[in-house]
Design a protein around this ligand. Structure first.
Ligand SMILES: *Cc1c(COP(=O)(O)O)cnc(C)c1O
Length: 218
C-alpha cells in the first residue's frame, strides 16, 4: 500500500471511532514521520495531511525547514524529549511540544517563546505507568509542575500526553490521563499510537500520534 492509501485508511478509522464514541470530528491526526525522509512527508502533504510529528529536534531540523518553506500551512509537533540545549531550535521550528516534564524545560521554553515571539501549544507528558526509565512527570508531581508553569514560568499548558507501558493494556492509562486533564481543566489530550489510537479516541484523545501505520515500519 502507498502512503496515500494508508493515510486514507487511518482517516476512515478515526472517523469511525469518533462516530462510535459520539464525538464530532475533534481528533487531530499527527503523522509521525521520524526515521522517514522528506519524500515520504511530501507524499502525505500532497494528499492533504498537513500535521506532522517528530521525536528528535536534530532530525526534524534536517528535514523540515525546506518543507515548511514550500508548504507554509503545514504544522509540526515535537513529541519526544526536549533537551535544554535544543530549546531555541525547537521553538523556531515546531508549533507544539508534547513532552514537557520538568521545570528547567518549562522555564527555558517560556523564555525562548517570548524572545522569538512564538506561541507553541504546550503539553505536559505524564508518566502514567510510573516507569523509572521513561520520560514524563510522575502523577504526584504534576500539580507542582503545572503550578510552576502557570505562575512562575508564565507558560500556558494546554494539555497532557502519555505513552502507556508497552506490555500493558493502554485503556487504564488513557482513562487516567483524561481524568487528570479534567481535574486540571486542560482541554487537549495527546494519546494513542498506531496500535491503540481507536481506544484512545474512545477515551477522549484530541491528538493521536500515528507513525508506522502511515509510513511503514521503521
Ligand atoms: C514513534 C512515536 C509514535 C508513533 O508510534 P507508531 O507506533 O509508529 O504509530 C507516537 N508517539 C511517540 C511519542 C513516538 O515516539
Amino acid at each position: 500500500m502507498t502512503i496515500q492509501q494508508r493515510l486514507a485508511e487511518i482517516q476512515v478509522r478515526i472517523a469511525a471511532a469518533c462516530t462510535k464514541s459520539l464525538r464530532g470530528q475533534a481528533v487531530e491526526l499527527l503523522a509521525v514521520s521520524k526515521t522517514h525522509g522528506a519524500d515520504a512527508v511530501r507524499e502525505a502533504i500532497v494528499v492533504g495531511q498537513m500535521v506532522f510529528a517528530e521525536n528528535r529536534v536534530q532530525e526534524a531540523m534536517e528535514k523540515f525547514p525546506v518543507l515548511r518553506e514550500a508548504y507554509p500551512d503545514m504544522r509540526l509537533h515535537l513529541i519526544g524529549m526536549l533537551q535544554t540545549n535544543k530549546v531555541r531550535d525547537a521553538v523556531a521550528l515546531f508549533d507544539a511540544v508534547h513532552a514537557i516534564d520538568r521545570q528547567a524545560i518549562a522555564a527555558k521554553l517560556a523564555n525562548e517563546m517570548q524572545k522569538q515571539n512564538r506561541n507553541l501549544t504546550c503539553f505536559i507528558q505524564v508518566n502514567t505507568g510510573a516507569e523509572p526509565q521513561k520520560a514524563g512527570v510522575m502523577i504526584a508531581d504534576l500539580p507542582e509542575l503545572l503550578r510552576f508553569c502557570r505562575e512562575d514560568a508564565g507558560l500556558g499548558i494546554k494539555g497532557l500526553m502519555c505513552i502507556p507501558p508497552l506490555a500493558e493494556d493502554p485503556s487504564p492509562h488513557f482513562k487516567l490521563l483524561a481524568e487528570l486533564a479534567d481535574e486540571y481543566q486542560l482541554l487537549l489530550l495527546s494519546m494513542g499510537m498506531s496500535a491503540d489510537f481507536e481506544t484512545a479516541i474512545r477515551l477522549g484523545a484530541t491528538h493521536v500520534r500515528v507513525g508506522s501505520s502511515i509510513f511503514g515500519e521503521r
